[in-house]
Write a protein that binds this ligand. Sequence first.
Ligand code: PSU
Ligand code: MN
Length: 305
Amino acid sequence: MNLKDYLFIQPEIEAAVKAGKPVVALESTILSHGMPWPENLEFAHKVQQVVRAGGAVPATTAIIDGKLKVGLDDADIERMCRAENVEKVSRRDLPIMVATGRTGATTVATTMILASLAGIRIFATGGIGGVHRGAETTMDISADLQELAHTPVAVVCAGAKMILDIGLTLEYLETMGVPVLGMGTEDFPAFYCRKSGFGVDYAAKDELDAAKVLKAKWDLGLRGGVLIGNPVPEEYALDFDEMNAVIQRAIDSAKAEGVKGKHLTPYLLAHIVDFTEGRSLATNLQLAYNNARVASRLAVEYSKL
Ligand code: PSU
Ligand code: MN
């Protein structure tokens, strides 16, 4: 077995990792199954520029014709954004995709796996998967949480959407030994809103402060990742009660249509955009840029420790 038969890392990224320079991984499910065309295409390019402007090399990941790719060319990016015959790939799907040569977008879990294989420690996304509302009967808990328990990558997100049970998600992370940091906040953010009402384990003052936690965790040989909640900029935040109602409507509609499993999260995301007439998309774009900005600074600080 040679990993090189499976894993394809862009030369610029490989060189940066080797030299210990800052690199930030980016996921592709947010493109294929989290945002509509063509806004996703503009986002995919712009978020990479934001990472570069922050002093790091962007590494968007995907499965292209069965190959694990770290760093996508323009054609790959467009393929992810058009999302025709692009599957959503989490940990369990990965070997099937590779063995059958199919094309898919990486979730937070799979992006962490690819990043880790490539030696990348920092990853920026929008929101993570978590314990779904009603999980006490459906058992719907995203594989993203298990990945955070096992794979050494720090994930910068805007918290968790209220499609999830944020309290149970944080309980699960505690059980799995995953530190949850707030970037300049004591309150774990709720994606569209700056506060969820649930506290974090540590409010990092800035990126250097957070980078020291990563270094300490991995120096100690503690397995797994770190979750960093970075609140959406004030000017783009949406009203908590309004979004709660919109999300409840989307959940009810999914239930009525019998949507389950891996299709549930993309279904809810698309319906939330519809129900807010695109306002939620504008917020989603801005919080993701903001996470890319923080992740690049974090990668820069981490590379200096
Ligand atoms: N939450 C969002 N936007 C997203 C996702 C989640 O606000 O795009 C995507 C991410 O790729 C995440 C995945 O890893 O959905 C989680 O899916 P599931 O709940 O099926 O594990
Ligand atoms: Mn699920």
